[in-house]
Design a protein. Structure first.
Lengths: 497, 336
């Protein structure tokens, strides 16, 4: 039997009246890849914070480095070789890659001045560990989310670690980057480092981990060896609900196209894009980050302007020069970054829901009709089963899935003819993902035209009625989801056969 | 919940300041004369504080309010002095008084629109853009007057400005109440008010929601400019003249009122009711301190600066606590 790196037992933690952890246990063995799974709000993050010393548990104990402790300080955790890579990466966007990587090391050595030659050596060593090809002198803010995450990972690898905890590390990575990350994880494992991989994505759990622990509502619901776990059992443990994995047959287009894009180009982003979209269709656009997929739909929504080409709505030329005009043409857009682009986090759920339809809810003198506002909000909370009792709470108190439903409700409350979703279920728990997919299908069946932009290939395959693959700003090929596979899509997006 | 707590806190502060002054200087503070004098003092800076509050709600600030007020007043004064002969009867002066007021309001709108354009089109941080406009407007005002006060206004103007209703309430006080009510209603109930709060919370999300950020900002600063010009007209009536350097200390005082009144300096939150209470608190303090001979007026800046920093620190601590409570409430509501 392998030795244990870290063991916690009977951990309890309450915040105010809410019991986040109700006696949770977890054991991580030396050199294993252990997956900690659970929906949002299941207590995963709280448990990680207990292990990393950020939270003091109310009860239970932690066994680390052969000692049994009732609490742990962050410094003790680090000195025992525990490193956490958080979802927000905790890196400095205004510094260069090199500075970000070398800063901690320089600080830990208590050096007052940066030595740039030494810093460069440290940084070069860090990125070479995961074969990451990146300009060390570029500022971090100029990189994509995926690259920033890899930088954060590189930085954690610089410390002498026994256990690396990765909190949802793949939520913003493309398939290729996830592969690269997984090979890094395997490499770390071969050096004897244990990994606690926090995820709610079923495919990743199966692909990478040897053992798993699943939390639900602050309790252990299952743990064991991943070999002995199957998909439906995983989904059941996560949610406590049974899902039928019926395969979806889209109804397909009905009537004339509602949106026609003709030879749309924007320098440095995309070029020569043409397609038609009819009511009832779900068009899936997939491609890597930087393939121009986000830039394309942001132009359609009036956030940027094309250099050439035309857009027609219902057969008429539409010059969409602002988001207001896009909304007037019946377009809605759920952006990829829910937290910064989609939501007004500290504002109420109600305001977040009705913000795009204020015109319709205002009476004389531009005063809002309170009853109409409340009724609209109540209707969408009910229709999309948004889990809240009180729409006057800030929207940030909702889980990721429910937040995404609020952004969806905002557009559905409008008279919509085309809904564009960029990463519709990114960072969303399984239960909400299922709900959002079902909702998209229902909306399409009711005659809405939908575009989903996603690099979650199973999602595109499961939801789209046709798929367009983008690479380097151009459409590579259009495919029928019924007769294609993930690996075909993946090859087309990367251009590697 | 948050708003009620904030208003309750301000009411308690108001009561404490009032009780303190009443206890220490009963013969001076609690008199009709003192209340009459206070009602004549605060409307001018109270109205500018409302303007600054609006811009702070959208995530900016307007440091140009005093410059706008003085420039507007000077244009109005120049028109009146030039057009109305000395000793002209009120009937002859009246149309020119109306015209001068309109000119001042138009000047306020234009000054605000210019600041709004700098901020929305050229993406200049509001604090720098309006520091610039303050200097610019004051400079223009000094230029066209050679720095001299513009006096010799028709009698009608100051008579109008100093009218008292029911023998007690000066016109300027009623204008302040009207402005506070109208702006308060706009913020809490109108479509435009909601847009201002949302833009102040997250300009990027506002852009993605199609609110039209540039137009909201320009209109907000125009509103602030309009309120400033109203304040300028009130100052002109009180002083019976206009001058480029009237009311210079009001800028900091108005920021202090906005912050004390619960306007979030990061944008997105705050209510006019709170700002109004803060105006009263500050006026009580200011009038009360005047009654202490041992406290020199030279210490006034120390007191205002100290109160501003204290209010910022307290608000920051309270906001942190509120955020924690909100998360807990949210967790409970989701579970329930």
């Amino acid at each position: 039997m392998a030795s244990t790196v870290l063991k916690v037992e009977g951990i309890e933690k309450s915040f105010g009246g809410v019991r986040a952890l109700k006696g949770v246990s977890l054991e991580i063995r030396a050199g294993e890849i252990h997956c900690l799974a659970g929906e949002n709000g299941s207590g995963k993050s709280t448990l990680i914070k207990v292990i990393s010393g950020a939270h003091e548990p109310d009860a239970g104990w932690i066994e680390i480095g052969g000692r049994r402790l009732t609490r742990l300080s962050p410094i003790e955790a680090i000195s025992h070789g525990v490193q956490v890579i958080y979802q927000d990466f905790s890196i400095f966007p205004n510094l260069t890659v090199m500075e970000n990587l070398a800063l901690n090391m320089e600080l830990m050595d208590k050096r007052a001045f940066m030595n740039y030659r030494r810093a460069r050596a440290i940084a070069a060593r860090a990125v070479s560990q995961i074969g990451f090809d990146i300009d060390l002198d570029e500022r971090v803010e100029n990189f994509s989310v995926a690259d920033r995450q890899l930088i954060a990972i590189c930085r954690a690898l610089l410390q002498d670690s026994k256990l690396i905890i990765m909190d949802e590390p793949t939520s913003a990575l493309t398939k290729k980057e996830v592969k690269a990350l997984f090979s890094v994880i395997k490499d770390l494992q071969s050096r004897g480092i244990s990994i606690l991989f926090v995820s709610h994505k079923l495919d990743e759990v199966f692909e990478i981990s040897e053992r798993y622990t699943i939390l639900r509502s602050g309790e252990n619901v299952a743990m064991g060896s991943t070999d002995e776990l199957d998909r439906s059992a995983f989904a059941f443990h996560m949610t406590g609900r049974e899902f039928s994995e019926e395969s979806y047959r889209p109804a397909g287009p009905r009537g004339d196209p509602i949106l026609s894009v003709k030879g749309l180009s924007r320098r440095g982003c995309y070029s020569g894009i043409s397609f038609d979209l009819a009511p009832g269709e779900i068009l899936g656009i997939t491609g890597l980050l930087g393939s121009g997929r986000t830039e394309l739909v942001e132009t359609l929504f009036g956030l940027t302007r094309p250099d050439s080409g035309a857009v027609e709505v219902r057969g008429n030329r539409a010059r969409i020069r602002s988001v207001k005009e896009a909304i007037r043409h019946g377009l809605g857009y759920v952006p990829s970054d829910r937290l910064t682009e989609g939501l007004f986090l500290p504002q109420t759920i109600e305001r977040n829901t009705v913000i795009a339809v204020l015109d319709r809810l205002a009476g004389g003198l531009g005063l809002l009709r309170r009853k109409a506002v409340a009724e609209t909000t109540a209707r969408w909370i009910r229709d999309l089963s948004i889990a809240t009792k009180d729409p006057s709470l800030p929207v940030r108190t909702l889980s990721g899935g429910n937040q995404q439903k609020v952004v969806l409700a905002r557009w559905l409350a409008n008279d919509l003819s085309v809904l564009i979703l960029n990463g519709p279920t990114m960072g969303v728990d399984i239960g909400s993902k299922y709900d959002i997919h079902a909702l998209m299908r229902k909306l399409a069946a009711e005659g809405l035209a939908i575009i989903i932009v996603s690099d979650d290939l199973p999602e595109v395959l499961a939801c789209a009625s046709r798929i367009i693959v983008m690479r380097e700003g151009a459409f590579v090929r259009e495919l029928d989801p019924a007769s294609t596979t993930e690996s075909v899509l993946s090859e087309l997006s990367t251009g590697v056969a | 919940m948050k708003k009620d707590q904030n208003l309750a806190r301000l009411l308690v502060m108001l009561a404490v300041v009032f009780a303190l002054m009443a206890a220490l200087r009963p013969g001076q503070f609690v008199t009709m004369a003192n209340f009459g004098s206070m009602m004549r003092q605060f409307p001018e800076y109270g109205i500018m504080a409302i303007g600054i509050s609006l811009t702070m709600i959208t995530g900016g600030i307007d440091l140009g309010v005093v410059g706008t007020a003085n420039l507007s007043a000077i244009l109005a004064a120049k028109l009146l002095i030039g057009a109305v002969p000395r000793g002209a009867p009120p009937e002859q002066a009246l149309p020119f008084v109306a015209l001068a007021a309109l000119l001042a309001l138009a000047c306020g709108l234009a000054c605000g629109a210019f600041a709004g354009l700098l901020i929305s089109r050229f993406k200049i941080p509001a604090i720098l853009a309006t520091l610039g406009t303050q200097q610019l407007y004051t400079g223009i005002a000094i230029g066209i007057t050679n720095g001299r006060p513009q006096s010799g206004l028709p009698l009608l103007y100051s008579n109008l400005g100093n009218t008292e209703f029911l023998g007690l309430f000066p016109l300027s006080f009623l204008i302040f109440l009207l402005a506070a009510l109208a702006i308060g209603l706009m913020l809490s109930r109108a479509r435009f008010g909601t847009c201002m709060y949302m833009l102040g919370t997250n300009p990027k999300a506002a852009q993605y929601a199609g609110l039209g950020n540039a137009s909201i900002l320009v209109r907000t600063y125009m509103l602030s400019g309009l309120l400033s010009s109203v304040a300028g007209l009130i100052m002109m009536a009180r002083a019976n003249s206009a001058k480029a350097e009237y009311g210079t200390p009001y800028t900091l005082q108005c920021v202090l009122i906005a912050v004390l009144g619960g306007i979030d300096p990061n944008g997105g939150f705050g209510k006019i009711a709170g700002v109004t209470l803060a105006v009263f608190i500050l006026q009580f303090l200011s009038s009360g301190l005047n009654m202490f001979n041992s406290i020199s007026n030279f210490y006034r800046d120390v007191i205002w600066g100290g109160v501003l920093i204290l209010a910022l620190v307290v608000n920051s601590l309270l906001a942190r606590r509120e955020a924690r409570l909100a998360v807990r409430r949210g967790a409970r509501a989701t579970r329930a």
